[in-house]
Design a protein around this ligand. Structure first.
Ligand code: UTP
Length: 287
């Protein structure tokens, strides 16, 4: 099981970040000097991924432009001797082989993933949600790939979330295999407190086999009237080896205002050009 392909679903409507996301894809909102999606692609590349498919829609073409060359800008930067900026601009286009397919209707995450069927073929593949950013010493995607390869299994990234938060995620039914790795036997999407299996929630990262595609093709709309990936995974974990990795690292949901703000502040505190400035600024506000 060698994982070289990744899918980044980024075709959601981003309604929690309106009105900004009316015309700017939420994946393109800048977290310091880079758009959110660049952090996600960097994580995938650092985990050994070579080919990346981004699921987009008709309002998201800013993403294709961002990962393309920009000859006029590059010529100007070269002429002005701005080598650092030129390298940064070039790098975005050379990081990985990036492909795009559109989800023509916003029918849910499961439907978006199903659009990756031809790209994936018969391979096992990774999924990184387009608005979930991870900060970790070992890339979270790499932690999942290692677990999937060790157990020849599908794998989801998980952490235990607070009781009052489980209902916003998918809850996993698990039994321990080793430290930080659990066997998964069931799951449900956005459970009520009575329905939840555990506080282990799926958080934005997956390794799946192509067996998910025939399942998704026949998965009816679930919670919220959308085709839910979790409903498909629920079937998959009954027929294939399936594990959950309790990953080491911090996850930020940049698709909502508070999550975006947390990510911005944490990244800015460690960013050489802004760290000292931000610390001093916060101190001055306390006075
Ligand atoms: P979210 O629910 O976090 O994204 O979906 P959203 O739908 O854009 O958010 P709000 O609630 O309207 O603010 C999880 C992931 O699934 C993708 C999103 O882009 C995000 O990466 N998604 C969701 C799709 O690609 N297509 C869909 O139809 C729905």
């Amino acid at each position: 099981m060698k994982i070289k392909k990744a899918v980044i679903p980024a075709a959601g409507l981003g309604t929690r970040m309106l009105p900004a996301t009316k015309t700017i894809p939420k994946e393109m909102l800048p977290l310091l000097d880079k758009p959110v999606i660049q952090y996600i692609i960097e994580e995938a590349v650092d985990a050994g991924i070579e080919d990346i498919l981004i699921i987009t829609n008709r309002a998201k073409s800013a993403m294709d432009d961002y990962f393309d060359y920009h000859p006029e800008l590059e010529e100007r930067l070269a002429r002005d001797g701005k080598t650092k900026e030129l390298e940064a601009v070039r790098r975005t286009a050379d990081m990985a082989n990036i492909f795009y397919v559109r989800q023509k209707e916003t029918k849910g995450l499961g439907h978006a993933i199903w659009r990756a069927k031809d790209f994936v073929g018969d391979d096992a593949f990774a999924i990184l949600l387009g608005d979930d950013i991870m900060r970790a010493e070992v890339p979270v995607m790499k932690q999942l790939i290692d677990a999937a390869e060790k157990y020849h299994a599908c794998c989801v990234g998980t952490q235990a979330v607070a009781d009052d938060a489980v209902g916003r995620y998918s809850s996993l039914k698990v039994s321990p295999l080793e430290e930080r790795i659990y066997k998964v036997t069931d799951m449900n999407e956005k459970p009520t407190p009575a329905e939840k299996f555990s506080n282990y929630a799926i958080l934005g990262r997956y390794v799946l086999t192509s067996s998910i595609f025939p399942i998704l093709e026949n998965t009816p709309p679930g919670k919220g009237g959308e085709i839910q990936l979790t409903d498909g995974l629920r079937q998959l974990c009954r027929t294939e080896p399936f594990v959950a990795k309790v990953f080491e690292g911090r996850r930020y949901d940049t698709g909502n205002l508070c999550g975006f703000l947390e990510a911005t502040l944490d990244f800015a505190l460690d960013f050489p050009e802004t760290g000292d400035f931000l610390r001093e600024y916060i101190q001055s506000k306390r006075v």
